[in-house]
Design a protein around this ligand. Structure first.
Ligand code: DLL
Length: 434
C-alpha cells in the first residue's frame, strides 16, 4: 500500500520542479535569518535558481551542530519549537535537534510512508520497541504509525521477555526495533515458548548497520519480511529512507523532503554514478533546524534500477558502514559490516558476534568472537572455527582469528544500538566488562 500514491510516484520532471521550488524557498528563508550561524553560512552562497545549483552550497558538518549547542543553529525562537530530541555523542555534549509543529508533521508523514513501504496497514496493531525519549526512534515511529491510523503499542526498549508476551497478547502484525534487539527478542520469545503465539508479518529495523546475511537470520527467526529503515537525528530521525517490501536491498530516499548526494568522503566532489561515497543530505522542508548538504558520514551508492512497487523516489544501496568506522588493519580497509556478512552467513553460528581490535602488539590484529547456534554443534566447534577463518581470509584478504564460544556465551545488549567493535589495549578483555 502506498501511503501517498501521488507524491510517491512523481515523474522526474515534477520531482525536480518540486525540489527546486523547495530549495530556493529554503535558501531565501535562511538568507533572511538573523541567526549569526546562518548569516555566516549564507554569506558566500550565490544565486540559486533550482536544484541543479545545489553543488554551489557549502557543506554542513556534525561539529557545527555540536559547536552550536544547544540552540545556535535554530532558525526560529525555541518558544516556537514543539519538541527537542538529542543524540548522544561519544564525547561530552549531545547534539540537540528541534522541531516545529510543521517539522513534526513531516516527521509523522515520512514515517507513515516508511511503515506502509514495509507492508504496514491502518488496521494493524504495531509494536514499537525502539527507545522512547531523547532518541528519535521511539517517538518518530510512533508519530508515523499513528498517522497511518494503526493501533500503536509503545513498548520502548528493554525487558525482552515481557515484550514477547505483549507481541503475542496484543496480536501485533508489525513491529520495529534495532536489528540486534530483534534477535534478542526472538531468542527470548523462543525460550519462554511464545514464538508460536506471535503472528508478526513484518518488522521495520534500523538505527544501526545490518547486513543482508543478518536480514536472512531475522527473517528466518520470526518468519517475517525484515525491512531496512534509515535516518539520523540531524536530518529528522527515522524516515529519511526506507525499503519497500517489493524492492528489498535498495531503500528509497524520501527525496521530496531530503535531497541526497553522494560525495567523495576524502574531498568535496560527487562520486561517479553508482560508486560508493558519503551520503550528503539537504533538508528541503525542515523549519526549526534545516541542514544544507549535511555530511552524514554514512557510506552508500545510488541504485538506478526502478522498484517493482512503482515508487519513484531516488534509491540508494543499504548503508555499508560509516566513514569513521572503517578499520585499517595492516594496510587493509575493512568495514565491520563485511565481517558481519561472513559470520552471519555461516549457519552454525548464532546472531551474536563481536569484533576485537587487538592493539597490544606493534601491528593491530583482528579477532572475531562468535558462538554456536546450538549445543548439538559442540563437537564441530574446531571445524566451524577453521571454516570461518578461511572464509574471512578469502573474503577480506586479511588473517582474522576466530573464537567460537558455546551458545549464549557472549554478552547480550538489552537497549540502545548494538556495539560490535571493541578495542583491546591491555591485559583486560574488553568484553568482560559488559
Ligand atoms: O538512529 C534514527 C533512526 C531511528 C533510524 C530508528 C532508524 C530507525 P541517530 O541516533 O542520530 O538516529 O543515528 C544515526 O545511525 O548516521 C547511521 O550511521 C546509523 N543508522 C541509522 N539507520 C541505519 C540503517 C537514528 N538502517 C546514525 N543502516 C546514522 C545503517 C543506520 N546505519
Amino acid at each position: 500500500m502506498l501511503y501517498q500514491p501521488e507524491l510517491e510516484t512523481l515523474d522526474a520532471a515534477a520531482k525536480r520542479s518540486l525540489q527546486s521550488e523547495r530549495l530556493t524557498a529554503l535558501v531565501a528563508r535562511l538568507r533572511a535569518s538573523d541567526t549569526p550561524y546562518w548569516s555566516e553560512k549564507m554569506r558566500d552562497v550565490g544565486e540559486i535558481a533550482g536544484i541543479e545549483d545545489i553543488e554551489t552550497v557549502p557543506f554542513t558538518r556534525k561539529h557545527e551542530l555540536r559547536d552550536g549547542y544547544p540552540f545556535g543553529l535554530l532558525t526560529v525562537p525555541i518558544a516556537e519549537c514543539s519538541r527537542i530530541h538529542a543524540s548522544s555523542g561519544t564525547s561530552g555534549k549531545p547534539t540537540v535537534v528541534a522541531y516545529t509543529t510543521g517539522d513534526l508533521d513531516v516527521f509523522a508523514e515520512v514515517n507513515a510512508r516508511a511503515i506502509a513501504c514495509a507492508g504496514g496497514r491502518p488496521e494493524d496493531v504495531f509494536h514499537i520497541a525502539y527507545g522512547y525519549g531523547l532518541f528519535t526512534g521511539g517517538l518518530g515511529l510512533h508519530g508515523g504509525a499513528e498517522r497511518l491510523g494503526m493501533t500503536v503499542v509503545p513498548a520502548s526498549g528493554g525487558n525482552a521477555v515481557f515484550q514477547a508476551g505483549l507481541l503475542a497478547d496484543m496480536g501485533a502484525r508489525g513491529f520495529c526495533c534495532t536489528p540486534s534487539y530483534s534477535l534478542l527478542l526472538g531468542e527470548r520469545a523462543i525460550e519462554v515458548g511464545l514464538m508460536d503465539e506471535i503472528r508478526v508479518e513484518y518488522g521495520v529495523f534500523g538505527a544501526e548497520p545490518w547486513s543482508e546475511e543478518m536480514r536472512g537470520r531475522i527473517e528466518a527467526l520470526w518468519g517475517i519480511d525484515a525491512i531496512d529503515l534509515y535516518g539520523l537525528s540531524e536530518v529528522i530521525g527515522p524516515g529519511v529512507a526506507c525499503e519497500s517490501v517489493e524492492g528489498k536491498g535498495a531503500p528509497f530516499v524520501f527525496d521530496d523532503h531530503f535531497y541526497p548526494e553522494i560525495i567523495d568522503p576524502e574531498g568535496d566532489d560527487p562520486v561517479p554514478d553508482g560508486d560508493y561515497g558519503e551520503l550528503v543530505v539537504t533538508t528541503l522542508t525542515k523549519e526549526a533546524l534545516p541542514v544544507l548538504r549535511y555530511r552524514t558520514g554514512d557510506v552508500t551508492r545510488f541504485v538506478f534500477e526502478p522498484s517493482p512497487c512503482g515508487r519513484t523516489f531516488r534509491r540508494m544501496d543499504r548503508i555499508a558502514g560509516r566513514v569513521d568506522d572503517m578499520l585499517v588493519i595492516r594496510g587493509v580497509n575493512v568495514f565491520p559490516s563485511a565481517i558481519e556478512a561472513v559470520v552471519m552467513g555461516d549457519g552454525a553460528i548464532s546472531g551474536q558476534y563481536a569484533i576485537v581490535v587487538d592493539r597490544r602488539g606493534t601491528l593491530a590484529e583482528l579477532e572475531v568472537r562468535c558462538e554456536l547456534e546450538s549445543a548439538d554443534l559442540l563437537p564441530q566447534r574446531d571445524t566451524v572455527r577453521d571454516r570461518l577463518e578461511r572464509t574471512l581470509a578469502s573474503a577480506l584478504r586479511l588473517r582474522i582469528g576466530v573464537d567460537v564460544g558455546e551458545p549464549g556465551s557472549l554478552p547480550r545488549q538489552e537497549a540502545g544500538k548494538a556495539r560490535r567493535v571493541f578495542e583491546r589495549t591491555g591485559a583486560e578483555d574488553p568484553l568482560a566488562a559488559l
